[in-house]
Design a protein around this ligand. Structure first.
Ligand SMILES: [Zn+2]
Length: 427
């Protein structure tokens, strides 16, 4: 019974069981050695993704993810939470436990959460120095789930029209473009949808409208596709009405499958190192030798933007700084520093720095300005396929929250599961 749950087969894993004071199971938190290693290597942006009710016990799967040096999402924690006890105390306890296990939580700068999860204050309490945002993928998914013909008492065509405008608002590039769509939306949206939107979304648009948050809260721009891809792959292997044991087994299969695919991409990336479309005299050739393909793409786009600048856009202020006019406005930069969000958040030379370097006759290849997380060497050192596996003892902890609740039938079933779980992890 215990072995079929399967978690113990991972080496160096941490398994925590969260319970109430009266031993009612509230959740299982799981993190294996590879997840710990990946979080330590790439902790800057943490995605917290609730997937769906996963098994016959109506437990909710919650994934913690980060973005690695090649722009891929990596799972760094798996939580199975009891659906009807999911509240801020449970989430706070789970997050605190994660932070205890992972000292690099102090390096988290942005947390991207699902709006459905809990109030943002819960995350702010655990990550006081991080900015909390909603991921676009989560926002669009929530819209599709909440704005239905049944829930809103609207027709199919009304639903489709609303979802299209909501999607336009998610992708609005600025406050002005958001407001243009918002005004049109309020003019045509059925009352139920308009009230839902105003109550839940309009007042916090700085947390989810792409043009208002993307620059601040992302290391790149492919977040939606990557999260969607992982979610789809998990959906493909998990049976919604399966047992808890089959759910865990399916999760293991899915995670391992994702890792095998990533191993393959990592090997391909390293093998193709010598192949580069840029001539050796091009600074992009040098960047291609230094950086992952994903980071190279980011910097190539900055290079292209810089090439489009006119000489009048680049003004030497004669005090060591330059004023650079670009599509994102006028910013102050030097050959080594810029105030723009691309440089400060992503940690690669931006179009402004590149413009100053070009105007100053300096090399456009600036290795020192590239954050180590984007380098091929660092990426390679974080990937299991290039490492010799070392095993460490599995650590297990049973922790209790102070959250109390009345014993229901569902909780009695979970209590039985809880006993099984504790027996299993202490074997
Ligand atoms: Zn810049």
């Amino acid at each position: 019974m215990v072995s079929e749950m399967g978690l113990m087969n991972f080496l160096g894993s941490s398994v925590h069981v969260i319970t109430t004071d009266d031993n009612i199971l509230q959740g299982l938190l799981y993190q294996d050695a590879e997840m710990k290693s990946l979080f330590k290597a790439f902790p800057e942006v943490l995605y917290v993704d609730i997937t769906y009710r996963t098994n016959d016990r109506q437990m909710t799967l919650c994934l913690l993810l980060v973005e690695d040096g090649n722009g891929e999402s990596e799972i760094v924690g798996v939580w199975l939470l009891c659906d009807d006890t999911i509240d801020s105390d449970v989430i706070k306890n789970a997050l605190s436990t994660f932070c205890t296990d992972n000292p690099d939580c102090s390096r988290v700068r942005y947390v991207m959460v699902d709006k459905d999860l809990v109030e943002r204050e819960t995350f702010s309490a655990v990550f006081p120095d991080a900015a909390i945002y909603m991921c676009f993928f989560h926002v669009l998914r929530t819209f599709r789930r909440e704005v239905t013909t049944d829930k809103m008492s609207i027709t199919t065509s009304q639903r489709d029209g609303c979802l299209e405008m909501l999607q336009q608002m998610v992708h609005a590039s600025s406050e002005d473009s958001y407001m243009q769509v918002y005004i049109d939306f309020m003019a045509v949206a059925p009352t139920s949808v308009a009230e839902y939107f105003n109550h839940n979304w309009h007042g916090v648009r700085e947390q989810w409208v792409r043009g208002l948050v993307s620059q601040q809260a992302s290391l790149g721009n492919a977040t939606n596709n990557r999260l969607d891809s992982i979610s789809q792959k998990l959906k493909a292997v998990i049976t919604p009405n399966g047992t808890f044991a089959s759910c865990v087994t399916s999760l293991r299969t899915a995670i391992e499958s994702l890792r095998v695919e990533r191993d393959h991409r990592a090997i391909t990336m390293v093998q193709k190192r010598a192949v580069c479309s840029h001539p050796a005299s091009d600074p992009c050739y040098e960047y291609a030798q230094l950086l992952t393909p994903y980071a190279l793409e980011l910097i190539s786009k900055q290079m292209s933007k810089m090439q489009l600048m006119q000489s009048a856009d680049i003004v030497d202020e004669a005090d060591g700084t330059w004023s650079i006019r670009s599509t994102s406005g006028v910013v102050t930069a030097t050959a080594d520093v810029c105030q723009c969000v691309f440089f400060t958040n992503i940690g690669l030379p931006c179009q402004h720095i590149l413009a100053v370097r070009k105007a100053s006759g300096l090399s456009l290849f600036a290795e020192d300005l590239c954050a180590v997380r984007w380098t091929r060497y660092y990426y390679q050192s974080s990937q299991r396929v290039f490492l010799t596996t070392s095993s460490t003892a599995t650590s297990t902890t049973v922790s209790d929250t102070t959250h109390c609740s009345t014993l229901t039938q569902g909780e009695k079933r979970r209590q039985a599961l809880m006993v099984r779980s504790v027996v299993y992890i202490t074997l």
